[in-house]
Design a protein around this ligand. Structure first.
Ligand code: V0V
Length: 160
């Protein structure tokens, strides 16, 4: 007789899908120095940078690295642009390492509302500007199992 795996649970009153997570967008790693980290990831893992920018509001210098054929989730390197930034604080407390897990969503406001309705704290009342014109919000890590969860709505494609 088939036995149900003991790890499978059936949460009650959960409507799957209304948060609208589409896929893992990127994993964010805090690094003290962006240029040194870019060189390390290129020389060690053969990853190449597909986008780089400074986000003044977030106080970060950041780079997106493609993995393999570049169609999957990316690695985001995050270096502090000023000493009072979230990344500087993270580095002071933890040192370099995994800082966030980001999911692609179609509608960041709808995703944030669905998570608020479940009692999770979103860091911003309204979305802020993320990489490459995306709109972003975050779930407080204390409400998401110790993981800083980012929601990313990509910028619409540019029409020529
Ligand atoms: C803090 N904590 C974390 C954490 N940061 N836990 C897991 N992952 C992290 N990244 C824990 C910390 O160890 C404490 O635990 C507790 O949370 C402290 O909470 P708090 O006092 O409320 O907050 P702070 O001051 O430590 O700040 C944490 C938050 C901050 C998450 C609120 O980093 C923030 O606002 N982050 C969102 C913005 C951000 O990360 N920007 C940089 C990436 P104990 O000790 O109490 O147990 S910008 C980006 O991703 C962009 C532009 C993009 O993707 O497009």
């Amino acid at each position: 007789m088939m036995q149900r795996p003991p790890s499978v649970t059936e949460p009650e009153n959960v409507t799957f899908g209304d948060v609208g997570l589409l896929r893992i967008d990127h994993v964010g790693v805090a690094v003290p120095d962006l240029d040194i980290a870019l060189r390390f990831y290129a020389e060690t893992f053969g990853m190449h940078c597909v986008h780089q920018e400074t986000n003044e509001e977030q106080g970060v210098r950041e780079a997106m690295l493609a993995v393999g054929d570049g169609t999957g989730p990316r690695l985001q390197l995050l270096a502090p642009a000023r000493p009072d930034s979230a990344i500087a604080k993270f580095l002071d407390r933890n040192g370099p390492g995994l800082q966030q897990l980001a999911y692609t969503v179609a509608d960041v406001e709808a995703a944030a509302d669905a998570l608020r309705a479940r009692g999770l704290r979103l860091l911003y009342d309204t979305p802020r500007r993320g990489t490459a014109g995306s709109r972003i919000n975050f779930v407080h890590p204390k409400d998401a199992g110790g993981v800083l969860v980012e929601l990313v709505e990509s910028a619409p494609p540019v029409r020529h």
